[in-house]
Design a binder for this molecule. Structure first.
Ligand code: UDP
Length: 361
């Protein structure tokens, strides 16, 4: 008899399982995939390069609590991610900063007068209703069109006008020369990869893991008191109110016989090609070797669920499932899929820690 059955061995399930086990609970974590870690799973490919199977995961947080928690399970490699965007045939810093503007327009703005440039474009009084307004209100139509319009369409297959503002609010507009993709206090990669970190989290008395196992397969066979479900909420309820839409990605991996492919970890392609971005993993992992692996991301509608789609109708549909879930005793939904929320890794972990501490302990 287990105290908890946790469905899904990603960051939500593993964080929840670890805290519960440390508090004396017997926990079974299952996953239908053949590996731990959910979408943060990384491994050495045939060429010997450490890659992320489900696309680049770059850890960053402002939460000391989250950073300290993970630091119990991994050493870190300090890494600050940099992204260039291919616009008008030039590779320029993304998020848009002082240098982006000067490179794009051949201008010579400095800290002292870049404010004047933005001042002419921005509209502080604008009512921000969607992901397009979010950008246009800060930098106007032209920069929106160069950097955001087509990337967003490619990524979501939905116009930015029809997506919630939180989507593009993730990307700041900078008045300085900071060319890091994130500005968080803690930015680092697990020194030996996410899979090792997750294995260390799972290495705890009271935690049992079963891979290649779906909830359907074992729900009637295993005895447990409480269930934490980190899979798709609509699937759990047999899609009774309809399907929650998710965006998926097809990854195209390529190994090149050269030491380096591109000048930074990720290059975004808002207007060219069918892929959204190319990531070169060696930048993220710091691996030194004569060859390199790159990954192109093609967004698609079919496939494994990666992103909940931030539109109000979808949130309303999710609420129907959440209401249904709240009627069930001893069943809890957690994580990006279980709660249908576009969360970063640190938010996923903090969310799981808070949920366990406030509700189950
Ligand atoms: N985005 C964009 N152009 C870019 C980068 C991002 O339009 O060069 C928009 C796009 O809508 C994207 C959102 O900003 O979905 C958030 O980007 P982020 O890089 O945070 O997405 P993630 O890494 O979660 O896929």
């Amino acid at each position: 008899m287990f105290d908890y059955l946790i469905v899904g061995c990603g960051l939500s399930g593993v964080t929840a399982g670890r805290i519960l086990a440390e508090n004396g609970n017997k926990v079974l974590i299952i996953d239908k995939r053949n590996h731990v870690g959910g979408n943060v799973y990384d491994y050495y490919n045939e060429a010997g390069i450490l890659i992320h199977k489900y696309g680049p995961h770059i850890f960053h947080t402002n939460s000391k609590q989250v950073f300290d928690f993970l630091s119990r399970f991994t050493k870190w490699r300090l890494y600050q991610h940099r992204v260039l965007s291919c616009v008008d045939g030039k590779l320029v810093p993304m998020p848009i900063n002082l240098d982006t503007i000067n490179m794009l327009y051949g201008t010579n703005y400095s800290y002292n007068n870049i404010g004047e440039f933005y001042e002419n474009l921005k509209n502080d009084s604008m009512d921000i209703k969607n992901a397009k307004d979010m950008v246009v209100s800060k930098v106007g139509e032209e920069l929106y069109e160069k950097f955001f319009k087509n990337y967003t369409k490619k990524q979501w297959n939905i116009d930015a006008e029809d997506l919630e503002s939180e989507v593009t609010a993730r990307i700041p507009i900078r008045y300085n020369r900071d060319d890091r993709y994130f500005a968080d206090k803690y930015q680092a990669m697990p020194l030996n990869g996410y899979t090792e970190m997750v294995n260390n989290m799972l290495d705890c008395e009271g935690i049992h893991v079963m891979l290649n196992t779906s909830y359907e397969q074992i729900k009637d066979e295993v005895k447990y008191k409480k269930l934490i479900f980190t899979g798709c909420a609509d699937e759990f309820f047999g899609y009774k109110y309809g399907r929650l839409p998710y965006r998926s990605i097809r990854f195209e991996e390529e190994t090149l016989q050269s030491e380096q492919y591109q000048p930074v970890g990720t290059v975004n392609y808002p207007n060219d090609y069918d892929f959204t971005r190319i990531t070169e993993y060696k930048y993220l992992t710091g691996q030194k070797c004569p060859n390199t692996t790159i990954m192109k991301e093609y967004s698609c509608g079919e496939g494994e669920p990666y992103y909940p789609i931030p539109q109000s109708a979808n949130k309303q549909l999710y609420e129907k499932y959440a209401k249904e879930a709240s009627k069930l005793e001893n069943v809890y939904f957690l994580g990006r899929l279980g709660q249908y929320r576009y969360m970063n890794m640190d938010a996923v972990i903090l969310n799981a820690i808070n949920f366990i501490n406030s509700t189950l302990l």
